[in-house]
Design a protein around this ligand. Structure first.
Ligand code: FES
Length: 148
């Protein structure tokens, strides 16, 4: 998608949310869901539509960890650190996975707080798919080494 096409689509998405109270947040989510990330070049368009400054839009984007300003890597792992998952070892699992996958540019490892699957902890989102009773090996199977 060209920059012009992207700007046009961002404006369409923003226009669809501008009448909503607090519409900027759902608009940001919609842009990210559809276009993969919130490019810094999107901010002026969003600011114009919502009658804000570019700095205000950037402030919202940078405040929330869920927003990304660059395209995601091929694999995204989010280990749950909610209390139920902590009680069955998610903290140790997260540390172990971070250790194992350190230096892999194709994988992003992060945390999330409760996925609503507490009875089946430890839980994780593996490339957007909720998995229960995950362990180190299950996560590594989801993120095989890329071919060299
Ligand atoms: S605490 Fe992990 S799914 Fe609820």
């Amino acid at each position: 998608m060209s920059a012009v096409e992207r700007a046009r689509r961002v404006r369409e998405i923003a226009d669809g949310h501008v009448a909503l109270r607090g519409g900027l947040l759902p608009a940001l989510h919609a842009v990210q869901d559809e276009l993969g990330h919130l490019d810094p070049a999107d901010s002026p368009t969003l600011a114009e539509v919502f009658g804000l400054s570019t700095a205000e839009v950037h402030g919202v984007v940078s405040f929330y960890d869920d927003f990304r300003t660059a395209p995601p890597p091929p694999h995204v792992v989010r280990v749950c650190r909610g209390e139920a998952c902590q009680s069955v070892g998610s903290e140790e699992l997260l540390a172990q996975v971070r250790d194992t996958l350190a230096g892999r540019a194709d994988v992003e490892v992060g945390e999330v707080f409760c996925l609503g699957n507490c009875a089946l902890g430890p839980c994780a989102l593996l490339d957007g798919v909720l998995r229960g009773r995950v362990d180190h090996d299950a996560i590594l199977r989801q993120v095989p080494e890329p071919p060299r």
